[in-house]
Write a protein that binds this ligand. Structure first.
Ligand code: HEC
Length: 120
C-alpha cells in the first residue's frame, strides 16, 4: 500500500515538474522570487561582503568593488555572488535570491552602473 502511493506521488511530481519546465521557458529570471522588500542591502553587504571588500567597497583582501562595479553587468555580479570566485565563497545557499538582489542594488547605488564612471 505504502509503496504504491509513493510511486503515484513520485509520478505526479515528475509530471508536474515537466509541466513547470515548459511553462517557465520564455518567462525569464523574473519568474523567480527575488523580491527585495524589507531587505537592507547595506547591512547585508556589511555582514557578508565588507570583511573582504572593505566597508566602503574600496577593497581589502578582496578586490575593490568601486572599480569592479562599472566594469560588470548585473548578471556578472549575480553570477559571482552565486558561484563565488577564487578566494571568495559562493553565496547561493547563505543568501537567498532577494538578499543577493538587495546587495546588487546597494552596490549599484554606491559605485554606479556598468559603463558609468562611479558616483564621485
Ligand atoms: C572571503 C572573502 C570574500 C568575501 C566574504 C566576499 N568576497 Fe567577493 N571576492 C573575493 C576575492 C578574493 C575576489 C577576487 C576573485 C578573483 O580573483 O577572481 C572577489 C571578487 C568579487 C567580485 C568580482 C570583482 C572583479 O574585479 O571582477 C565581486 C563583484 C564580488 N567579489 C562581490 C562580492 C559580494 C557582493 C560579496 C558579498 C555577498 C562578496 N564579494 C564577498 C573575496 C571575497
Amino acid at each position: 500500500m505504502k509503496a504504491f502511493s509513493l510511486t503515484a506521488l513520485t509520478l505526479a511530481l515528475v509530471l508536474s515538474a515537466c509541466g513547470d519546465k515548459s511553462d517557465d521557458s520564455g518567462s525569464g529570471a523574473a519568474a523567480v522570487d527575488c523580491s527585495t522588500d524589507g531587505l537592507d542591502g547595506a547591512s547585508l553587504y556589511s555582514s557578508s561582503c565588507a570583511g573582504c571588500h572593505g566597508a566602503d567597497g574600496s577593497g581589502a583582501s578582496g578586490p575593490s568593488l568601486e572599480d569592479a562595479m562599472p566594469l560588470h553587468s548585473d548578471d556578472e555580479i549575480r553570477s559571482v555572488m552565486e558561484n563565488g570566485a577564487p578566494g571568495m565563497p559562493a553565496f547561493d545557499s547563505s543568501l537567498d535570491c532577494g538578499e543577493r538582489e538587495a546587495i546588487l542594488d546597494y552596490l549599484r547605488s554606491q559605485h554606479g552602473q556598468q559603463g558609468g564612471a562611479g558616483s564621485d
